[in-house]
Design a protein. Structure first.
Length: 343
């Protein structure tokens, strides 16, 4: 029977609908293989402001010299608290085995201001990378901006430094307009004051004044001049300031571990390409070795901390403990030390 003009459009519509349904069937037939799920959170103990917008994106980041390609996106409007669950659906047919894929997330205020954002590389869709039960821990956008600035104390964001003033080490934690100084076993709060040059803070009988890369420290009338920032010590001091109890690192591939007793364990592996936050259970003590065993739906972790002298294979730095970590069957060896917050 010949088709007239009157029924051509309906027939084409049926054909198009059938094609779309077939395509969708191919997309979702693999079930969870075509979905990535997890939650977005952050470490700060503060509530989400009203009207926030959370975005989670799946991107192809294979080409270093070209913009990333967006494959999937989910927007969550007006979440009231964290963690914020997400679920991304993607087409498995477009995934290339040799390409690199990553997740990215951000939380913005109602006026569009960036509040929290992912940092580093969060790889996904690799052969050994889980796709469900993920946790993306975002960092304060203010802290991320500070990390991209030169090592100076006058950036308008929170950051931790270690200044070496001869035999005295001073830990300096900056915030907009103020500074926390940890030195000689005590903590002081200093406020920024007007200065003809550099950035100057005063308070509680202390003075801290930066001019370029050098700093001047005064404690109860005693001056320490020519203080210099030591970038290698800063991550350890910052971890202690945040309340981390134990920190460790290793090489080949580069990895980093932070243990916050009774709260969580942060693990960054493969030179920063993979980040995990896991619950930190109570440790076991066996033959002087501190042991942690963690089992989740997606990860199996065994952590042993042995109180024996250890030397970093790259820097030669000395540590008080040897660390053996097994993550999903892969072993990582390194050195670590317990931290004192002095707070």
């Amino acid at each position: 029977m010949a088709l007239g003009k009157g029924n051509a459009v309906p027939v084409l519509g049926v054909i198009l609908l059938t094609w779309l349904l077939q395509g969708c069937g191919q997309w979702i037939k693999n079930g969870s293989a075509s979905q990535i799920s997890g939650e977005v959170t952050y470490r700060e103990r503060m509530a989400l402001p009203p009207g926030t917008r959370t975005r989670v994106l799946l991107e192809d980041v294979s080409k270093a010299d070209a913009p990333s390609v967006l494959l999937a996106e989910q927007t969550i409007e007006s979440a009231t608290n964290v963690p914020i669950p997400f679920r991304l659906s993607y087409d498995p047919e477009v995934i290339e085995p040799r390409h690199r894929y990553a997740l990215r997330a951000e939380i913005r205020a109602a006026d569009g201001q960036l509040l929290w954002v992912t940092t580093g590389f969060h790889g996904i869709l690799g052969s050994n990378q889980p796709r469900q039960g993920l946790t993306l821990v975002l960092q304060s956008a203010a802290l991320e901006v500070a990390a991209q600035q030169p090592a100076a104390v006058n950036v308008e964001a929170a950051r931790t430094y270690v200044y070496e003033c001869g035999e005295l080490d001073a830990v300096v934690h900056t915030e907009p307009g103020r500074l926390t100084l940890l030195a000689q076993g005590s903590e002081s709060r200093l406020e920024q004051v007007p200065s003809a040059s550099g950035v100057r803070y005063e308070g509680e009988g202390r003075l801290f004044w930066t001019q370029g890369e050098a700093a001047l420290l005064e404690i109860d009338g005693q001056r320490y001049g020519g203080c210099r920032s030591n970038a290698a010590k800063a991550p350890w001091a910052d971890a202690a300031y945040r309340g981390v109890d134990f920190r460790a690192l290793g090489n080949e591939p580069g990895w980093l571990l932070e243990v916050d007793e009774g709260k969580d364990l942060r693990l960054v592996t493969d030179y920063g390409e993979r980040s995990l936050y896991l619950p930190a259970p109570a440790p076991r003590f066996e033959g002087g070795i501190v042991r942690y065993s963690i089992r989740t739906k997606t990860h199996d972790v065994e952590l042993n901390i042995e109180p024996r002298a250890c030397q970093d294979s790259m820097s030669g730095a000395a540590f008080e403990a040897r660390v053996r970590l097994q993550l999903d069957g892969q072993e990582y060896l390194g050195c670590g030390r317990y931290l004192s917050t002095a707070r």
